[in-house]
Design a protein around this ligand. Structure first.
Ligand code: DON
Length: 573
């Protein structure tokens, strides 16, 4: 190098540092920093509300409840009180808890409820994806109530957690370009139901970006819940309004179904990846099991030296994912109704057996790959938000109404959009659901049963046992891929939390036998190599879920991150 070049290089380095005064290197911005506490959710107003709760002395559980209720108002496509989900809590004393507030099939539902006289799946009203019969009994308020009573700080009143959401519904908020467009995009289904049409489509006149969006019916429902408690939704006027509307429209949810709904505590699922403990959601979610299965299958390989998104790494990932999803189709369901062989599925010996057919240069066609043989010899062995409070309590919560705007039905007079979670059952065993998932008899529809989920709220610990990062995602079965690959990105590729959730990813769910990929996510070279191994690709690229996450760095700083694929904000202090 001559002197002129050296001078040029030095100037270039100094100049680069001057214009890039950031800690991370890569296409993602730095995570949002907070010394004490952090909320990462898909709407800035909800994140601000959560941060305020903690400033007033509430813990992460209190904050999560306030965030969840606020999202029901400002993020109506997924935030909800008409759906359900999972809340994973880890306290600073190391104890972890999993609250299952997944929706429950109404008592009158049975295996054939979504089949017409011809034995075919009913499409549209009466089917599992839209309309009154698509809804399971909502669990969100029961779950929040359980979390509040058992794990809240005791310093904040229930009413103070509901009030910010009620106020947002009553006073309104300014509609973003994204939300105004999204409501318009769902006009065909929302317009079929009078209250949805009135509230979300402005009686067919539609909303524009910048409009003040008020939801007085929802505000009144929240006011009742604020005053009388979460049970009001299940036994009070709200319950009566929902049951009456169901009855008038051939729906199945009765007053008894609502009264009998209970949120349940489950033992969190635990595993490790390269020595880091992972705490995640057990059934009725498949997310935790499938994640641990994939991680167990890839752990024996030196993923780091394969290189991020190399053909070798993507092939390994796709093959592991294909095998885990094949098992999902057969073995996973509500554990209160079907035997789910969790401990076998998450064993390393089982993972090794599943990978015996792995060929580093050849895709295993899904048609030849059946769910695994569980007789192994024993070895020894639809929005997510994350909150960390000043004491270090971590809450990782994913909840959903399934499809955007759920069943499209707003129960008359309540302002509450109801879920279409019944489609997460095998509406017809062996036939694909809206996510293309093939599911079996274990996950058939039964009254009182919870549909199998892919939601994967997760917390990863450092090797000293302290919380390292927590995350989750929205996006149906792609949730699992987003969470697993983000975990791999942090642990194997040393990415910071924002980079880890932003990085391009793939998804393979056994059937259909194809790799889903993202635009500009994989190079043409890599795709060619993978095709030569026998992999097929989805017709078009599409986003593989979107995640929110918080990492706690070694100095205790909370680092919040929202997926660049979607809206949201991390708010910390
Ligand atoms: O529980 C499940 O797996 C699905 N109901 C989640 C749906 C979802 O993530 C939709 N998101 N955009």
């Amino acid at each position: 190098m001559n002197n002129r070049m050296r001078v040029f290089q030095a100037v270039f380095v100094v100049f680069s540092l001057a214009i890039l005064p950031v800690a991370s290197v890569g296409a993602s911005p730095d995570p949002v920093r907070g010394k004490h506490a952090m909320v990462a959710s898909q709407h800035v107003l909800a994140s601000q509300i959560g941060a305020e709760v903690m400033k007033r002395g509430g813990n992460a559980v209190d904050a999560a409840i306030a965030v969840g209720l606020a999202l029901a108002v400002v993020y109506p496509e997924a935030g909800n009180i008409g759906g359900g989900g999972f809340m994973l809590i880890r306290r600073p004393d190391g104890k972890a808890f999993a609250i299952d507030y997944r929706e429950m099939a109404p008592k009158a539902a049975d295996r054939d409820i979504f089949l017409g006289k011809d034995g075919k799946l009913i499409e549209g009203e009466g089917g599992s994806t839209v309309g009154y019969r698509a809804s399971g009994v909502p669990g969100t308020l029961a779950g929040f109530d359980l979390a509040f009573r058992k794990y809240g700080s005791g310093k904040i009143k229930w009413a103070d957690l509901v009030e910010p959401a009620r106020k947002l519904a009553a006073d309104g908020y300014i509609l973003s370009y994204r939300l105004a467009n999204l409501l318009h995009a769902y006009r065909n289904t929302l317009s079929r139901y009078p209250d949805s049409n009135r509230i979300f489509l402005n009686d067919g006149k539609f909303y524009q970006e910048g409009d003040l969006f008020k939801q007085p019916d929802l505000a009144a429902t929240l006011a009742r819940v604020e005053k009388d408690g979460a049970r009001e939704f299940y036994i009070g006027q709200t319950a009566r309004l929902i049951a009456d509307d169901m009855k008038a429209n051939n729906g199945l949810i009765t007053l008894d179904d609502l009264k009998n709904y209970t949120a349940k505590e489950r033992e969190p699922l635990r595993g490790t990846y390269r020595g880091y403990e992972i705490i995640t959601m057990p059934p009725p979610s498949s997310g935790g099991i499938v994640m641990l299965q994939i991680l167990n299958m890839i752990e024996p390989f030196d993923v780091k030296s394969m290189g991020f998104n190399s053909s070798t790494e993507l092939h390994l990932y796709a093959e592991a994912s294909r095998r885990a999803f094949a098992d999902r189709s057969e073995y996973m369901a509500d554990p209160d109704f079907a035997e789910v062989p969790v401990s076998t599925l998450v064993k390393r010996t089982y993972a090794a057996q599943r990978m015996r057919s792995f060929d580093p240069r050849k895709a295993t066609p899904s048609a030849t790959l059946k769910p695994g043989d569980l007789n192994i010899s024993e070895g020894t062995e639809t929005t997510h938000f994350t909150v960390v409070d000043p004491a270090g309590t971590v809450v990782s919560n994913t909840y959903t109404i399934n499809d955007l705007y759920g069943s499209s039905v707003t129960a008359k007079g309540t302002g509450v959009l109801l879920n279409d979670e019944m489609d997460d059952f095998a509406a017809r065993p062996g036939k694909a659901n809206m996510f293309g998932l093939i599911q079996g008899e274990r996950n058939k529809v039964e009254g009182g049963k919870r549909p199998l989920s892919s939601m994967t709220p997760t917390i990863v610990l450092r090797k000293d046992g302290s919380p390292w990062f927590a995350l989750g995602a929205r996006g149906g079965p792609r949730i699992i891929s987003a969470v697993v690959q983000s975990v791999i990105n942090v642990i194997d590729f040393d990415m910071d939390i924002q980079q880890a959730i932003d990085a391009p990813r793939i998804h393979h769910q056994w059937l259909p036998d194809q790799i889903y990929y993202e635009q500009f996510g994989i190079s043409a070279d890599t795709m060619n190599v993978l095709s030569s191994y026998g992999h097929k690709f989805a017709d078009r690229p599409g986003n593989i879920a979107s995640a929110t996450a918080i990492m706690i760095d070694k100095d205790g700083v909370r680092l919040g991150a929202i997926d660049s694929r979607s809206d949201g904000a991390a708010v910390g202090y």
